[in-house]
Every structure is written in structure tokens, then in C-alpha cells.
Design a protein. Structure first.
Lengths: 207, 253
């Protein structure tokens, strides 16, 4: 399986649904911009390839790796390959390079905590932290749907309203926001999450 | 805030990753060849950080730097004090320059003495406090000691001038920070860049050193210079070669 593709060729397969493109950059980078249709699976060294394999649930589509530099791209490819997955495509020139190839990007809108505080009435705030994390307080009126339950509880969200997605630091919410945006919701990611919300002395509800 | 010291005990060298977990941007300071550029890239990625700056506190004379390789692999230029004698492009840092990593701010202090281009980096997490939380003091103030002034040019005249610079860097800059500021120098223990009193402990606070560091106690510049020069260790045999290689390392391309 040493077939390799150009970015345009591989992207064509992603669009056809015959291949998956994994953006392995940190969530904040992904949130700022990522290849259209890519999924964010931030790379780490311990058993990452096995985690991807488990998430694929028995499927083994050809995988593309999208990274900011060759070090991460190669490490991610090696980890996937070691888990028995097929990686016919790696891209190591990040968002700038993707743009230079003339290929489309997606961006999730960023929302600062101050912007959210000023427009709180205009958003449904979705807190994707785990229930035990809420003890430090939540944004007034926020609803809690832990990251892992999003897929199953999508119908609880109102497609006609804008949503502000928040977590502890803005990492999980970035992934959640990009997935929700792919499901057709109007979403924004709250940068810095509850850490900056509370650091900015904005009000919280206790739960 | 993310703060990860990466130490090399065999040479007594310290390197650091500093970043903001709520923002996803980070910097690497004084990366070490024995650790390897890829390790910094992978560590930063695992903590959710994109490396946006690679900073050297000075041109090192005791160990090999990997700053240029790390910068190349991450598509950056190395940042150094503007007086660094490099022939080719680097990003020059000046007193008061501030690198904003979301809520974490990194402010440059020029602290010449060990070398003319030496800088220190004051790190503040504005989501916690307006006060600095820590300072990466490079080879200015060490734990128990100060950076030696004789490795760039060992002639008595220039060594003396460098020692006087070191006095002002330490007393006017580093020791003007609040007592609670943590101190993370570039060296500890076995390093050749310190003197007879360099502690094997890699971390201190500004307050502890103000009170217990013998050089911080000396408030007279002449006395400081005279003490510093009389307490010098012999220079490491390979200092000039390593320094020139680090200069060359940074010069090539």
C-alpha cells in the first residue's frame, strides 16, 4: 500500500467519502482553520494510533495526515501504521500550504469571553465539560452536554439559533464546535473557555 | 498557563516550553541539542501548543544549541537579544519587547554580563495576577551564584566591564522583580557557566536569592566586580570552540 497521492487527488477522495483526512494539529490550531471535511485528532505519543483505530470502529478507510510540520506528520503516520492502519497521504505544510494548493479551508468562528458576556442573550451556550467539572461554575444559562454525548444529543440543539461552545480551556470546545458546524449548526468557539471566563471575573452560576 | 522545564542534568542546562493552554500558542527557550529538536515539537503539540517563537537567552559557550534546527522545522526565525553577533537573519529582541501568548505575557529584559547579548524573560499569567510569576534569568542570576563574565573575551579589561554589566543586570533588573517571582536560570549544578557557588538545585525565587545569594548581597559595584573576578573557576577548555560553533550553527544558511 505504498500508493501516494497529491493533495488534490487525496482531497477528491475525502469529498467522495472514500478516505478520511485527520488534522493532527492541536485543537486551537484546528479551530482557527483546517482543511474542509477534516477531523481533528491531536497527535500525542502514547498509543495514539491505537486510539484512532478504536474510534474507527472496525472500518479502515485510507487515512490522510494533515500537520504543521514534518516532525508531527511523520510521527503520526508511524503511529497509525504501527496500529495497522493505511496512510497513503501526509501533508506537512499546514494551512498556508493547503491554501497554496488551492484547496478549501473551514474556520470556526472564535468568540472571546468578553464578546460572549456582552451578547449572552444572543447565544445558546453549550458547555461540553464533564459533569464533575461544572462544580467550579458555569456560564449563566448554559446547558451541559459532555463531549462524548454530543452525537447522541444533537437533536436537543436548535438549528435556528447560534450556539457558543465552551469547555475548560477552549480545546474540547474547538473540536466540538467544528463537528457541530459540519452538522449544519451555527456555532462559535469560546476562546480560552471557563479559564478566561472566570479570569475575566464574568458571572457564573453554581450547580 | 503551561510551563515545562526540560533539564539536562549531565551538563546542568535548562530549557523551557512556555505557553497558554487557553490560547494554544507557546514558545521554546534555550532548546538543547542533547534533548533534540523533535522532542520539543512533540512535547509542545501534546500540550496543545503551536510553537510561535524559539528564543535563545544568549549565544551559549558551554553546550550545543538546537535553536536553529528547531526554528527551521517549525518555520520560524530564532529570536535573540539584538546584540547577538550573528551574521545572518534572526529576530532581534529589545528591552521591553512583549510576546503575547493569549493571557500569558513574556517580556524581554536585556541583562548583559555573561555575554553582551544576554536577555532574561519575565513571564506573567494575566489570568492569575498582574505580577510576574517567573523569570527565565538565562546566565544572569543563578541559584546561589551569577553567570561568569569571562567566556566571551577573557582579557582583563573586557572581563571587568562584563562583570560590571552583570552587576547592573542583576541588581537593577532581576532583583527589581517581586520577591515571589520564581527564578529559572539557564544553568545549575555541573554547568561551567557558573562559579564556585552554583547550586545543584535548578529553581529558586527572586526573594530567596535577594536574601541568600552572596552576589545579591553586594550592593557596591566595585566590590561586586572584584569578588566575581577573584572567585572565577578556570574557563572550560572547549568554551571558545562551542561558542563559535553555536555562532556558526546559527550562521549557516
Amino acid at each position: 500500500m505504498s500508493t501516494s497521492f497529491t493533495a488534490t487527488e487525496f482531497f477528491q477522495q475525502v469529498q467522495n467519502g472514500t478516505a478520511l483526512l485527520l488534522d493532527v494539529n492541536p485543537a486551537h490550531a484546528y479551530s482557527k482553520a483546517h482543511p474542509a471535511g477534516s477531523y481533528n485528532v491531536p497527535f500525542h505519543r502514547q498509543g495514539w494510533g491505537e486510539e484512532v483505530k478504536r474510534a474507527l470502529n472496525g472500518q479502515s478507510p485510507p487515512l490522510g495526515v494533515f500537520a504543521d510540520n514534518a516532525v508531527i506528520a511523520e510521527a503520526a503516520k508511524a503511529s497509525l501504521t504501527a496500529a495497522g492502519l493505511t496512510v497513503p497521504f501526509t501533508f506537512e505544510r499546514g494551512v498556508k500550504g493547503w491554501e497554496q494548493e488551492g484547496l478549501p479551508l473551514e474556520r470556526v468562528k472564535d468568540l472571546t469571553v468578553d464578546e460572549l458576556a456582552q451578547n449572552l442573550d444572543n447565544y445558546v451556550v453549550v458547555d461540553v465539560r464533564e459533569p464533575y467539572e461544572l462544580r467550579s461554575g458555569i456560564v449563566p444559562g448554559a446547558i451541559n452536554i459532555p463531549m462524548g454525548q454530543l452525537q447522541g444529543r444533537l437533536n436537543e440543539l436548535d438549528k435556528s439559533k447560534p450556539h457558543a461552545i465552551i469547555c475548560a480551556s477552549g480545546n474540547r470546545s474547538a473540536s466540538a464546535a467544528s463537528w457541530l458546524s459540519q452538522q449544519g449548526l451555527e456555532v462559535a468557539n469560546v476562546v480560552g473557555g471557563m479559564s478566561l471566563w472566570m479570569g475575566g471575573r464574568h458571572p457564573v452560576d453554581r450547580v | 498557563m503551561i510551563f515545562l522545564p526540560i533539564w539536562d542534568g549531565s551538563h546542568g542546562c535548562a530549557s523551557f516550553i512556555v505557553g497558554d493552554d487557553a490560547d494554544g500558542r507557546g514558545i521554546v527557550v534555550d532548546p538543547l541539542a542533547v534533548i533534540g529538536a523533535d522532542t520539543y515539537i512533540l512535547n509542545a503539540a501534546e500540550m496543545g501548543l503551536k510553537i510561535v517563537d524559539v528564543i535563545e537567552t544568549h549565544v551559549h559557550a558551554d553546550h550545543h544549541s538546537i535553536a536553529r534546527e528547531l526554528a527551521e522545522k517549525t518555520g520560524l526565525l530564532v529570536s535573540m537579544g539584538h546584540r547577538a553577533p550573528l551574521a545572518t537573519a534572526f529576530n532581534p529582541l529589545h528591552e521591553g519587547d512583549r510576546i503575547d501568548l493569549g493571557g500569558v505575557h513574556v517580556t524581554v529584559l536585556e541583562t548583559p554580563g555573561h555575554t553582551p547579548d544576554s536577555i532574561s524573560l519575565v513571564v506573567t499569567d494575566t489570568t492569575r495576577s498582574p505580577d510576574p510569576w517567573l523569570v527565565l534569568s538565562g546566565d544572569s542570576l543563578f541559584v546561589g551564584d551569577v553567570g561568569r563574565p569571562d567566556l566571551v573575551d577573557p582579557t582583563p579589561e573586557l572581563t571587568e566591564r562584563a562583570a560590571l554589566d552583570q552587576f547592573h543586570s542583576i541588581h537593577d533588573k532581576i532583583l527589581s522583580l517581586p520577591d515571589t517571582t520564581e527564578l529559572y536560570p539557564a544553568h545549575y549544578g555541573a554547568s561551567a557557566c557558573g562559579g564556585l557557588f552554583l547550586s545543584p538545585k535548578p529553581i529558586s525565587t527572586v526573594g530567596y536569592e535577594r536574601r541568600w545569594n552572596r552576589f545579591a548581597q553586594i550592593t557596591d559595584p566595585e566590590e561586586f566586580v572584584s569578588q566575581l573576578l577573584s572567585l572565577l573557576k578556570p574557563p572550560p577548555v572547549d568554551a571558545a570552540a562551542i561558542r563559535s560553533q553555536n555562532l556558526g550553527n546559527l550562521k549557516t544558511h
